[in-house]
Design a protein. Sequence first.
Lengths: 302, 41
Amino acid sequence: MSELRWHPLLEEWVTVAPWRQDRTYHPPASHCPLCPTRPGMMLTEIPEPDYYIAVFENRYPSYTGEQGRCEVVCYTPDHDSSLGEQSVEHIQDLITVWRDRTAELSRLPNVRYVYIFENRGEAIGVTLSHPHGQIYAYPFLPPVLERELAAEARHMRKTGRCLYCEVIEGESSGVRTVTRNEHWIAFVPPFARWPYEVHIAPVRHRGGLLDLDGDDEQSLAKIMKTMLQKYDRLFDMPLPYVMAMHQRPPGRGGRHHHFHIEFYPPNRSKDKLKYLAGSELGAGAFILDARAEDTAAELRGR
Amino acid sequence: MQRPLPDPPRVAGREKNKKRKLDKRVEPKPDGRYLIYYKPA
């Protein structure tokens, strides 16, 4: 089990899991643990010779047992593919999987938050290049979500309105919109902290994956594919990113929350990365050398 | 006296997309962890 240590100055938990130091680190493709087990080849995490989408408990978990869960979601058996290269139907099936895992992990007794995310690319620190995401079922509300939910609750008390619905209304001019469809908008928020940060959000108020209907899910799959293709066309290379799903927490605590997916690519150009340094890490103050209006226009044109 | 406007034409309700269904198979791993296979139903 991990050790949870309280940071008294920041009032947040730090999770200590020393065994994660031994996790698999950049294996060659022939030894990828997320590929299916091909006949005559080494046994991987997935013993079948083929699969469609597979989920398993992380071998090097940050949370397990009574603390929570850490799962790995293998998007496809194709080692050299990516999320954005999947068909709309496949992405919609992946959304179904994310929804199923959210429902199941939310029912675990000590789980306070189910967080779906993907780290893509070596620049982000990915140790396995096979297309996959992860799910953390935390035994506490992670600090970013805690701040976001508190801001939403304060705004609701003050105005009677959803804070994020107002953020989306602020995008009516389209100047920061990258793409949109009937149900979803993808935009660079005016408060972006990364040059090519994008939020994908439902136009109508939804709290999380469990609140989406079939139309929402199909449209989400479409806009995710469009957005990810734009990312890869931006610099003509697979763009590294962190994908972070901000859903409402289990139970009644986050009833004012507006579901959205945040993407943070670390690139500020094809060959330059934005590093979190003195101001960002030491003071928590992001400095951005790009305007959301300009980067949105760049992405829109891809 | 003006003639009353006709009723607007009836628009058939658009068929809502249904959620996609997946078959789900859970298998225990030898070390006690679980593995779940999903595929289109």
